[in-house]
Design a protein around this ligand. Structure first.
Ligand code: SF4
Ligand code: SF4
Length: 302
């Protein structure tokens, strides 16, 4: 039988944003949501995706020559990919002398990922860190995540599951014994707005949050705060009120909007829907904190 593999687009070492201490974060590919502000557009599609880093392209056109599907062309400025024609053969990636053509994502076995995260064991021990799985939505691959986190727990590593909350109860039951801390996203409480901005309804997300809390899992709530989407007193206040009604001792991480992922949309030939929106300033961030504190919630603004 073939060994189980996970679709992964990045393994980030020395991460300090995905749980306590110094961590290694495994980013799984594939997500059921399509949040307009997504900073990891390369995570959304479960399959590997061809991309072009135009900043290092020397326009030698070796990729264009090797492509038998005629999916590549050069428009005088950069290499263009016709994704309808591309078969994903990878010849252009092998031929590119600068690494400009590349794939986001690939498959790795549990052993391969565990070996890589284990290299940082000394940092986990010194800093109180560990291993985090994120995405995309890591719970789209529950069997792989379950096996990886079980190995991590056996090795004594602290484990974090970073999730958008959209998954089945069956998937949750596969992983929950191996999770020390859940980072759980809440984006909007209004179901219609949630569907408008993320592509899915939030009912299963809210049910999963309650299920995790009822089962005694340790949870930190994470709220990406997006100007014009959920940064108003009304929207953020609704989230604060809801979280406090569940458990006022829950910690809330506020993640103010940033534009770090914008370049990746270009590399993938995707449109960035929030073009022109500015990141909030310090005063706005302080306002976000105060809204959460109104509901007695302990809060960190990242
Ligand atoms: S992956 Fe293959 S088919 Fe796709 S653009 Fe590259 S060479 Fe062409
Ligand atoms: S092979 Fe690489 S460097 Fe050459 S034109 Fe294609 S993307 Fe650019």
């Amino acid at each position: 039988m073939a060994e189980l593999t996970g679709k992964i687009f990045n393994i980030q070492h020395f991460s300090t944003e995905d749980g306590p201490g110094i961590r290694t974060t495994v980013f799984m590919k594939g997500c059921p949501l399509r949040c307009l502000w997504c900073a990891n557009p390369e995570s959304q599609n479960a399959q590997p995706q061809l991309a072009n880093r135009s900043s290092v392209c020397i326009r030698c056109k070796a990729c264009v020559s090797v492509c038998r599907a005629c999916a590549l062309s050069e428009d005088g400025v950069k290499i263009k990919i016709d994704r309808a024609l591309c078969t994903g053969c990878g010849s252009c990636v092998k031929m590119c002398p600068t690494g400009s053509m590349f794939f986001y994502g690939g498959e790795k076995t549990v052993d391969e990922v565990f070996d890589e995260v284990s290299r940082d064991a000394g940092y986990y021990e010194k800093s109180g860190g560990g291993v985090s799985v994120s995405g995309g939505e890591c719970m789209t691959q529950p069997e792989f995540v379950s096996q990886l986190l079980r190995r991590c727990k056996q090795a004594g590593f602290h484990t974090v599951l970073d999730t958008c909350g959209y998954f089945t109860e069956q998937a949750l039951r596969m992983v929950w014994d191996y999770v020390d801390l859940v980072l759980f996203d809440i984006k909007l409480l209004d179901p219609l707005k949630h569907k408008k901005y993320t592509g899915v309804e939030n009912t299963p997300i809210m049910e999963n949050l309650k299920l995790m809390l009822d089962s005694g899992m340790s949870v930190v709530i994470r709220v990406p705060v997006i100007p014009g989407v959920n940064d108003s007193d009304e929207e953020l206040g609704a989230i604060g009120r809801f979280v406090a009604s569940l458990d006022s001792s829950l910690h809330v991480d506020l993640l103010p909007y940033h534009r770090f992922g914008e370049r990746k949309y270009e590399m993938l030939g995707m449109e960035y829907a929030l073009q022109g929106i500015s990141a909030p300033d310090d005063a706005a961030k302080e306002g976000y904190r105060k809204i959460m504190e109104c509901y007695g919630l302990d809060c960190t603004v990242h």
